[in-house]
Design a protein. Structure first.
Length: 289
């Protein structure tokens, strides 16, 4: 019974094993970046960037069809262009960064959907928006694993500047020349992981595996190292559980994975050890006593 429920799908079907490996790569590479996005209060920036890659992926699709290379390059170019354009508008005008980024991502989202809707089929649109984790091939897995490996290496090299920038960005700028480089590398890694993630989970779901596990882990610990470990563990469990739910109940795989991650977030929100609803209620009762 246990074997059939939890292990047989991966033992019997190669597409399930490839999907699990792809989800592991996305979880390990993207979720630590989600922790830093959350700590820097940039969670919605990640969502905006996920939508910003859509027109580039759509143009890549127009040029070469469902080509891994063309859609990846197009997504990278579009994501970095939106990030740089929003930063330029923020520096040169009175508009705040969140507003400029929201404007560019809305334009990008509409443009990407328009391109695919007019030039492609509904199946192509669903593929780009919601991913096809069960259809990952060897080339896609190689890309996801390469992005995850590069992300971990760069995070290890720039871990201290990233942590310091989360705590006090102005202090980092005053004592080190690494501030601008760290910020640029961080945004580049975010875009790369979103581009890689959209091949598995789609542009609408890729940011979910980045942000939801990080938000859930925050209710259990405040130490950054432990936070990254907890978040990655939640992402892995969400991926594994979502794949099983998708297999046994014929559910869309990407949404199933993100909903499981959302379930972890709800449980953590209520029962977590730090700042959860239960902990806040206990603090109020103790204060009243």
């Amino acid at each position: 019974m246990i074997w059939e429920l939890f292990f047989q799908p991966f033992a019997d079907f190669g597409f399930m094993r490839r999907a699990l490996l792809g989800c592991i790569a996305v979880s390990v590479g993207a979720t630590p970046l989600g922790v830093f996005l959350m700590l820097r209060r940039m969670s919605l920036t990640g969502d905006a960037m996920a939508h910003a890659i859509l027109p580039g992926a759509a143009l890549g699709y127009l040029v070469a069809g469902l080509s891994l290379g063309a859609m990846t390059v197009g997504g990278l170019i579009a994501g970095m262009a939106v990030a740089l354009a929003s930063g330029y508008v923020t520096r040169m005008t009175a508009l705040r960064e969140d507003a400029s980024l929201a404007a560019f991502y809305l334009i990008s989202l509409a443009l990407g959907v328009l391109i695919i809707s007019t030039r492609g089929s509904n199946v192509d649109l669903m593929h780009v928006l919601f991913g096809s984790v069960l259809a990952l091939d060897n080339a896609a897995l190689t890309l996801l694993c390469a992005i995850a490996s590069l992300s971990l290496i760069m995070l290890a090299l720039f871990f201290r500047p990233l942590v310091l920038e989360c705590a006090d960005a102005q202090f980092l700028r005053s004592v080190s020349r690494l501030s601008a480089l760290t910020h640029f590398i961080f945004l580049t890694l975010v875009v790369m992981n979103l581009v890689g993630g959209f091949h598995a989970l789609g542009t609408l779901m890729a940011v979910g595996i980045m942000i939801l596990p990080a938000a859930a882990a925050r209710f259990w610990t405040g130490r950054i190292g432990t936070l990254i470990l907890f978040a990655a563990t939640i992402a892995l469990l969400s991926s594994y559980s979502g794949l099983l739910l998708s297999y046994h109940y014929s559910l869309p795989t990407g949404p199933a994975i993100i909903l499981v991650a959302g379930g972890f977030y709800i449980v953590s929100l209520v029962l977590g050890r730090q700042g959860s609803i239960v902990q806040q209620a206990r603090s109020v009762r103790i204060a009243e006593i």
